[in-house]
Structure formats: C-alpha cells, structure tokens
Design a protein around this ligand. Structure first.
Ligand code: GLN
Length: 286
C-alpha cells in the first residue's frame, strides 16, 4: 500500500492534541518511527512510501494506548539517558533526565580513580551504573535490584552496550543488609535512585507515572524507607572514604541529608537538578 506518512502523522498529532498529550507532534513522530522508520525530512517533503497496512494498524493501536495513558517510552521500547539508548520494559522505571544529575556528579570523580568499583542499588533499567561503565573504561559495576524484570532490563542494556564483562548483575533486596550480599569495603561508590514517592502521593501521580511500577516509586509513609535502609544497612560494603550518591524527591532531599547525619557519614551535601529542584544527596563514609 502506498501512503503519505505526512498524513498519517498529522492524524495522530490531531488525536494527541485533542487528548492533551504534551508535545503531540514529537510523540506522534517517535511512535510512527517505532513502526515505520522515517526521517523528518521525508515527512516534510510529503514523500509517498510503500508500507504494510499491518504496520499502520499497529501504529494506530499504539496511538490509542498512548491516549489511554501508556507511556510513550514503553510503547517505543527505548529511551535516551545521558545520550545513550536504553531498552525500556514495562514493569521497570523509565530513565529520567533528573537522574542524569547523579552521573554528572560521579563521572569526574570516577575518571580520576584507578579501576573504580561501584554499586548501583535499585538499578531498574541499569541506566546509572551502565552509563558510568560506558564512560569510564576501567570501571567495574555491580547492579542490584529486587525486581526480576529490572534485572532482565539491566542485562539486556548491558548487552546492548557491550558491557557484560565489567558488569555484575545481582538480584536482591535493599531492605536486607548489604553484608548479606557483598564483602565489607568492596565499593568506592554506591549510587542509588530508590523509590521515594510518599505513599499518600502515589494516587495523585499522572496516569503515565501510574503505569510505571509502584515497586520503583513508593517510598513509604514519609518517602524515606529506602534511605533508612541504605544509611543503616549499606555502609559496610562501602569503603571508608567512599562516596554515597543518592537521588531523592524535591520534597525529601533535605530530610535524607538530615537522616545521614545520624550515621557515620561526613561532607553531607544536597544538590539541585537542572530544573533547580532539590534532587541529590552526596556524602562520604567516615
Ligand atoms: N522521579 C520519579 C518521579 O517523580 C520518582 C522516581 C523514584 O521514586 N525513584 O516520578
């Protein structure tokens, strides 16, 4: 069947606009591209293309899923983080721009070290630890998550970026102490983006975020459950002088910094993300 993809894209854009999808044109383009690879130039020129009718049906099915709240990133199966592509699986948190703040902080420190060994706790897709492994050639990374789907996503992403040799992927529970899994003083840095949404705020999240796993979002009554577990139970695998680098909510970052004061950490600092929201806590183990 010969079609003008420009027209098909326009129809989807109109549907998205009516249903208040943000960036309707871009989302329609990303989604079309997942089914029928096309450049923006071809669209602009109104080029006619021979396409399978089934491909258009599949695209339209995804358009309706998107309108019903499915995140674009799950429909297209991939998303960009720190300039790298990551496979996105339903059931695993979608990589977010805010989390790039952790990579920005860690990267220059790790580049200065000789064969740094790091742990990405609650790794989800693996985006933090794998990005650092990709950008620091002698880095050794352990990625840890409780969810079998997250472990699967991390493994696929490690393969995608050809990092399996410098990667150790471990399924386990951050709410149990780190000593159950790793020897003392093993890591130079522990990075984590644990679940941090306060339980009472979960119901108010957008439909897109609610389509993501609650397991990766719900941080308990005060959003601090996982930080308490990390501060008390995960000091032992961190070397003395090693760094703890954690993402938190705009409304919990300061609380996490206070919490860390009760444990043997020094140089506790909070940092903002690109949107100027409190987003990250860093500290050094005494
Ligand atoms: N940043 C995510 C959100 O606001 C939450 C991620 C998390 O809980 N770690 O949707």
């Amino acid at each position: 069947m010969k079609v003008q993809l420009k027209q098909i894209l326009k129809n989807a854009e109109i549907i998205f606009t009516e249903k208040n999808i943000p960036s309707p044109r871009d989302e329609a383009f990303y989604l079309l591209n997942a089914h029928i690879p096309v450049t923006r130039g071809e669209i602009l020129l109104g080029v006619e293309r021979e396409v399978e009718p089934e491909a258009i049906d599949r695209f339209m099915m995804d358009v309706s899923k998107r309108v019903n709240g499915a995140p674009l990133q799950y429909l297209i199966g991939k998303w960009e983080f720190y300039g790298l592509e990551f496979i996105t699986l339903p059931g695993v948190l979608i990589p977010r721009g805010d989390t790039e703040t952790l990579v920005d902080y860690a990267l220059p420190i790790l580049k200065e070290m000789d064969k740094p060994r790091i742990l990405d706790l609650c790794c989800g897709s693996g985006c933090i630890g794998l990005t650092l492994a990709k950008l620091v050639p002698d880095l050794d990374v352990t990625l840890f998550d409780v969810s079998a789907t997250a472990i699967d996503a991390t493994r696929r992403n490690a393969e995608l970026h050809r990092l399996t040799e410098r990667c150790h992927i471990v399924q386990g529970d951050v709410l149990l102490e780190g000593t159950n899994y790793f020897p003392d003083n093993m890591f130079d840095m522990i990075l984590s983006n644990p679940p941090y949404i306060k339980s009472r705020d979960m119901a108010a999240l957008s439909p897109e975020v609610q389509a993501e796993p609650a397991l990766a979002l719900d941080g308990g009554v005060d959003g601090l459950t996982f930080y308490r577990a990390i501060a008390s139970g995960w000091q032992t695998p961190l070397k003395s002088g090693g760094r703890l680098v954690m993402e938190a909510g705009y409304d919990t970052t300061k609380d996490v910094a206070e919490l860390l004061k009760e444990y043997p950490f020094k140089d506790i600092a909070t940092h903002k993300d690109l949107g100027q929201n409190d987003r990250m806590i860093t500290a050094i183990k005494e």
